[in-house]
Design a protein around this ligand. Sequence first.
Ligand code: ADP
Length: 498
Amino acid sequence: MSSVEKTLTPKLIKKLWAAFILLVLLMGASYIFIASYFANKHNQETTQRLNADVANHVIAEKFQNDSPFLEDGSVNKELFGDLMHDMMAVNQGIEVYLLNETGEILYSVVLDHDAGAPTKSVSLEPIKTFIATKGNEFVLGDDPRDIKEQKIFSAAPYSVDGRNGFMYIVLAGKKFQEVSDNLLGQYFAKLGTGATLLAMLFTAIIGLLAIWFLTKNLRLITSTVRKFQEGDLNARIENPDKSDIAIFANSFNEMADSIVGNMDKMQSVDLLRRELIANVSHDLRTPLAILKGYIETLQMKRDTLTETEKDEYLQITHDNVDRLSKLINQLFEYSKLEAEQVVPVKEPFSITELSYDLIAKFKVLAEKKEISLELENPKENCMVFADVSLVERALQNLIENALKYTEPKGKVTLSLKKEGKNIEINITDTGTGIPVNEQPFIFDRYKQVDKSAKKQGSGLGLAIVKKIMELHDTTITVLSKPKEGSSFIFNLPSYQQA
Ligand code: ADP
């Protein structure tokens, strides 16, 4: 019981017990009620069957020699006086009535005369049924001394001196009823108490067992939850579907899994953040060191350096400052996206126009690298519903990458295509391509396929693109083959003008 009490509150146990006791009392009461009803009926039926012929016997016995009526037509009281004596000696519980053919009471032999005056007549219907079935059917008749009551009886027809009628004998008369009720009351009081006590005993045993079994699973769950709470992250409820509270057990297991999953995710986010900081600080340090070196050289050898050398050194410092500022900008942008501080402002705009602008912007760089940069656009103007500056940022990063990883004489194509309710945007290059096993990771922060290639990237470009896609509820796919080139494809919802 002690472990049961630990898992269940005393309040709950009290309630369970109260419910059990109430149930037992109710059961006891209904048992007594039903049993007494049937016992009474059984008793009455037995008495009626046993005494079915009493009326016949009385007629045969009493009316054989003497007529129940005197010559003046009145009832032969002497004859009935005899009957009274017999009854007193043999059965005080019965009441004898002499009825005429309409059911009117002509005379009654009742021992207890104080018990109220008899009614004038009784219903003949049950009497006729009784006679017709020869007493084999259980039927109740009127109680002449209490019109509200129905009693068992015996009845038989007589036909004497041209007068017809019925001998009607109430078998369970007032006296019988008193004795019977008294006995039955005592008997059932004992039976009821006995049955209730016994039921209570069994209920107590079954109740204890039931509480123990019901709480078995609850205890198991509680102990598992406690283990988990104390830090055992592997604690799970075994065979949750077999548990009585499968939903709870399964929910706990799922909850534990998702807590552990979230913890893992947080840990990996943390790890990536640290990795990013380490890598970024490394990347910041390199151009800074270069800058420092060239500036120092310029300062120290100001007089010995030729003008061309000075120009070259200044160009290098300039490039590195560019690189630094770009890196810092990207970091700033990425951290804002990562912290979900950027809320896209979606509006309809022409992706065709934006693409033309971008192609024009990158044309110089492409020409410098001898790469042909083209736009493939359907004849009509393509409108999309998106954040224009974020989409521009994503396209910029993708075109920059395409140009960066494509050798001279290569080709970079930006194409737009209508795909149902979307516009498909595709940036394809004939560059170095990305190894298949690397493809899933290039969108992760700080992933660069070939670090030794010294492409001078931050590794943040595609991570920023991915975040922008997420903000537009879309995804970007990469199709790439090493040495053949890569395609980056994504969809934006097209804007239909009403
Ligand atoms: P980075 O600044 O290094 O370019 P990105 O996030 O833009 O960083 O790209 C991640 C990596 O994915 C790159 O280092 C490169 O290895 C690969 N990559 C991206 N775009 C292309 C492309 N068009 N062709 C080949 N490789 C690419």
